[in-house]
Ligand binder design. Structure first.
Ligand code: HEM
Length: 145
């Protein structure tokens, strides 16, 4: 990372350097996330169908925020509503997911991961978690317990 590189630029660069090592990451993430949150294991009824989309949309939300894309707020509202269909997750759960995604990309890329890349990703994750915490719950969706 050069001195004047934006978060968006270093994130894009880090994805390029990750390259093929992205393959299989969604499966690894889901296995690790579910193992770390056994209380939610019941909610993952079809992980093979969901994990690629969930991983990709997580990365898109962070890259989109770094690029100041206007659709990001909407995307957060949409995935929060979507997830009310599965269980009642907390902002801390989202923070743990983002952290796991960032840590897993860094460890897969190894020495190729640019200096400062994890911090650049984390600077998007933090405000996204704040948005998750601020989204008004869709009251038409009954609480699942
Ligand atoms: C930025 C964060 C996240 C995004 C963008 C995201 C996105 C998605 C998407 C697109 C799906 C697939 C829906 C479908 O196929 O119709 C999904 C499924 C799911 N997500 Fe997330 N997700 C996020 C975080 C989380 C977190 C933190 C949890 C748990 C605490 C979670 C739990 C689930 C569950 C249980 C499913 C259904 C899985 C299944 O059917 O087996 N997600 N998510």
């Amino acid at each position: 990372m050069t001195e004047h590189q934006t978060d968006h630029a270093v994130m894009e660069e880090s994805l390029e350097l990750l390259g093929d090592r992205y393959d299989g990451m969604a499966a690894e993430l889901f296995d690790r996330f579910i193992a770390g949150h056994p209380q939610y294991a019941h909610a993952f009824v079809n992980p093979e169908a969901a994990r690629e989309r969930m991983t990709r949309e997580t990365l898109e939300a962070m890259v989109g925020l770094a690029a100041d894309e206007p659709w990001v707020d909407h995307a957060v509202t949409n995935f929060i509503d979507l997830h009310h269909d599965y269980a009642d997750f907390t902002p801390q759960d989202y923070a743990a997911w983002f952290a796991l995604v960032i840590e897993t990309m860094a460890s897969r890329a190894g020495a190729d991961w640019p200096d400062g890349a994890s911090a650049a990703w984390q600077r998007q994750a933090d405000p996204l978690v704040a948005k998750v915490a601020a989204v008004e719950r869709n009251k038409e969706v009954p609480l699942r317990t």
